[in-house]
Design a protein around this ligand. Structure first.
Ligand SMILES: [Zn+2]
Length: 279
């Protein structure tokens, strides 16, 4: 059994502004990738049984807005396999109502944030109500950390050091920093090592094998393999490619010092739902 902690559900292109589509296209050397999400297609690309955390995403500044209703409906089709998270953009005035609505009325079980895309510091005092609510209701919080391709989004908000600050003030919240905060993996590893409730996912990294090999070597030397969670970032990639990408790393980079293959196997099959208190 694989648990994928990072997958999206949205309508493409309806939930994206033209400007965000153009930015994604520029990042792929002028090729527009179809980011349509469909659970049956997702399953086709997983050879193993998989259970999945699903969210949309809200970041008005960058041009993404997926209502939580859409995610709740997606998850409702396959409730035994999918767990939905609500999304918040705290720069928008209704975020507190959306948080309660998503949790209490839609039954969503965690929170997804995109600080750099939306333009806020996750450790700003104005977000204390969010971290308090997450603590009281046992809602894990997954944040996009690491860079992006949107010119008007501020890099400053994406650094793992802010999550260190959050975890000092709110040590009870389970937090996942997405994408090992690429290419700031060293800072990410410093934070997951010192904070017991902070984890990182390895989604959407395998297509830079040398970078991922080096990041996981840091993980290995700092002894934090147990703080990594498997994720895909579907529809950007899928389960099979992500699993293969991890397993092939040693060979692909011609590693003299090898990543521990048992640890890679453990990462792929880690019971993230138990760690995050979702079951
Ligand atoms: Zn994502």
């Amino acid at each position: 059994m694989i648990i994928d902690v990072h997958s999206h559900a949205w309508k493409y292109p309806e939930h994206f502004t033209q400007s965000l589509r153009d930015n994604f296209k520029r990042a792929r050397k002028d090729v527009e990738v179809d980011l349509t999400t469909n659970y049956r297609d997702y399953l086709k690309n997983s050879s193993e049984k998989v259970r999945t955390i699903v969210f949309g995403g809200k970041a008005r500044q960058s041009g993404l807005w997926v209502d939580d209703e859409y995610v709740a409906d997606y998850v409702k089709q396959y409730p035994e396999n999918l767990i939905g998270f609500l999304s918040l953009d705290p720069t928008q005035k209704n975020w507190k109502e959306e948080m309660k609505h998503g949790h209490l009325e839609l039954g969503l079980k965690g929170i997804k944030l995109m600080p750099m895309y939306a333009g806020f510091n996750p450790n700003d005092k104005s977000l204390n109500a969010l971290w308090e609510y997450a603590t009281e209701n046992n809602l894990p919080v997954l944040l996009h950390t690491g860079t992006n391709v949107v010119p008007n989004s501020q890099l400053e908000y994406t650094f793992p050091r802010h999550i260190d600050g959050v975890a000092i003030s709110f040590p009870g919240v389970k937090i996942i920093m997405a994408h090992l905060s690429h290419p700031f993996e060293n800072e990410c590893i410093a934070v997951i090592r010192k904070q017991p409730n902070v984890y990182a996912d390895v989604s959407a990294l395998h297509y830079r094998p040398y970078q991922l090999y080096n990041s996981l070597m840091l993980v290995q030397e700092y002894c934090v393999w147990d703080k990594l969670l498997f994720g895909t970032d579907y529809p950007f990639t899928n389960v099979n490619d992500s699993v293969r990408g991890l397993k092939e790393l040693n060979e692909k980079v011609g590693a003299k010092i090898k990543l521990d293959e048992t640890e890679i196997e453990n990462l792929i099959h880690r019971d993230a739902f138990s760690l995050l208190g979702l079951e």
